[in-house]
Write a protein that binds this ligand. Structure first.
Ligand SMILES: NC(=O)c1ccc[n+]([C@@H]2O[C@H](COP(=O)([O-])OP(=O)(O)OC[C@H]3O[C@@H](n4cnc5c(N)ncnc54)[C@H](OP(=O)(O)O)[C@@H]3O)[C@@H](O)[C@H]2O)c1
Length: 242
């Protein structure tokens, strides 16, 4: 994709990886729209970047996704990039009494939202690029977060299909495959050990400049290019038998 002069909608663009993308795309001369549930997080972004356009929205709800699409497509008919970034990560056990309810909530934001937004924004004739954020865990799961990892495997597979079917319409489909990064994903402090978002953003933009459509780094680069034996070893490393 071209890196400047786009109008870009980033879900979950106020924090973590989404914020990293917001900041860098602003720096590269783009107009950026973001959404999230917390107005306070959105306001913190506009305090630093007054040109960012914000929407409070709970993307786990279909009617809110439709309302948001109506609003953005009316106010910004020239929007050309959709970035499906928002997501949650939960440690879940199949024996938890609320497992099914929690799993459904995770699937609503991690799968239903990007799928629905893609079909809605795909109606805009102006759309040139869709970017989906998956994970290195799409390729081999950590069993303590089974629904999260499966949701990212879905996003990887769905993105492969989208890239193929949208090619005749000249819509480019990019997958960002992050390794573990230091954000608040899964709860404050859970990812403190991980790679800083800024470091990952340098790698992302270098690869976008090189016109790569599968963007990985460190651990996720290894996972993306692993064969079955490598993936089995990664699975065993991440899921020690206790
Ligand atoms: N950090 C990592 O190690 C890592 C690794 C691989 C992939 N990823 C992926 O990267 C993406 C971004 O995560 P992150 O690490 O940057 O964590 P994060 O800082 O927690 O970001 C998640 C963002 O999604 C928004 N969000 C969550 N649920 C939402 C909902 N129902 N409606 C609207 N917005 C919602 C959050 O805003 P509100 O809470 O205000 O709604 C937040 O801005 C996720 O898809 C994640 O799976 C992260």
């Amino acid at each position: 994709m071209k890196l400047s002069n786009n109008k870009i909608f980033i879900t979950g663009g106020a924090t973590g990886i989404g914020l990293g993308l917001t900041e860098r795309f602003i720096k590269e001369d783009n107009i950026v729209l973001i959404c999230g549930r917390r107005e306070s997080a959105l306001k913190a972004v506009t305090a630093n970047y007054p040109t960012v356009i914000t929407y409070v929205c709970d993307l786990s709800k279909a009617e809110e996704r439709e309302r948001l699409y109506q609003l953005i497509s009316t106010e910004h008919p020239d929007l050309n990039v959709l970035i499906n970034n928002a997501g949650i990560q939960q440690d879940l056990s199949i024996t938890d009494s609320d497992f099914y309810q929690q799993a459904k909530e995770e699937l609503a934001i991690n799968i239903e939202a990007p799928m629905h937004l893609t079909s809605l924004f795909g109606n805009m004739g102006s759309l040139t690029t869709i970017m989906n954020v998956s994970s290195g865990l799409a390729f081999a799961p950590m069993s303590r977060m089974p629904v999260y990892c499966a949701s990212k495997a879905f996003i990887h597979s769905f993105t492969l299909s989208l890239r193929h079917v949208l090619k005749p319409r000249n819509i480019e489909v990019i997958e960002i495959i992050p390794p573990a990064l230091n954000t608040d994903l899964g709860g404050v402090g859970k990812h403190d050990y991980a790679t800083p978002v800024e470091e990952f953003m340098h790698a992302v933009f270098d690869q976008l400049k090189d016109l790569k459509t599968e963007i990985s780094y460190g651990f996720s680069e290894g996972m993306l290019h692993s064969g079955p034996e490598g993936l089995q070893k990664a699975f065993e490393r991440m899921n020690p038998v206790t």
